[in-house]
Design a protein around this ligand. Structure first.
Ligand code: COA
Length: 190
């Protein structure tokens, strides 16, 4: 396997590309003003610098290409960001979710490769997130030779769960109340 770096990915209508410095305002709008994170512009600038540096640093360490990428529409200026997506490390007790009644029980947490996607609210309802999730999952399963890829969300995030289902993920639910952040996990096997 050569470099693990993720190139720009093209889908029918979209391009998934690395973030660049000129995306600061779009990131702040999407992730802080619209999204739940609420960071200041300065904090978002710090995040953007770290994100851009990580492309190079992870590649030089032969690490998977974790981190956010920008979603732009084909045929529009490449700086017009309509969403963010990417791969994220997820620490999960997946064996327990897949088979809660296993004997002996398998309680161990393992790092999994997770998919992440978010669209600005004006761009939802057009299938863009599904297009993005499918392209990321296809690329990662093929190029990183993954046995599986996951996505996580909350019980009340129906749109995200529907994206998972549309790309062929099997949805599992944490049968326990804790940890509170572990709710719905979609799993796609290669
Ligand atoms: C999760 C999120 C990305 C889903 O966005 P979305 O627009 O619902 O998802 P898609 O882009 O796949 O669009 C699917 C919708 O477009 C419709 N659609 C229109 N044209 C379509 C096409 N060509 N292909 C597929 N769907 C299409 C579908 O019918 C579907 O609508 P429905 O759910 O009402 O049936 C969005 O809600 C979001 O950004 N939420 C905030 C961030 C977030 O929660 N991210 C998940 C992290 S856990």
């Amino acid at each position: 396997m050569g470099t693990l770096r993720m190139p720009a990915l093209e889908t029918e209508r979209l391009v998934i590309r690395p973030f660049i410095e000129a995306d600061l305002e779009a990131c702040h709008e999407l992730l802080d003003r619209e999204g739940g994170e609420g960071r200041s512009r300065e904090a978002r600038k710090h995040w953007l610098d770290w994100t851009m540096a990580s492309y190079e640093e992870l590649d030089s360490l032969h690490q998977p290409p974790y981190g956010d990428r920008a979603i732009v529409r084909k045929g529009e200026p490449r700086r017009r960001v309509i969403g963010a997506c990417g791969l994220a490390p997820c620490l999960l007790p997946l064996a327990r979710l897949i088979d809660p009644n296993a004997s002996p029980p398998n309680e161990g947490y393992m790092p999994e490769v997770g998919l992440y996607y978010a669209l600005s609210s004006a761009q939802r309802g057009q299938g863009y997130a599904t297009e993005v999730a499918r392209a990321l999952a296809d690329w990662a399963l093929r190029e990183l030779h993954l046995a599986r890829i996951v996505a996580t969300t909350t019980y009340d995030n129906g749109p995200s769960q529907r994206v998972m289902e549309r790309i062929g993920m099997r949805l599992t639910r944490n049968p326990r109340p804790d940890p509170s952040w572990l709710q719905v996990v979609g799993i796609l096997v290669s």
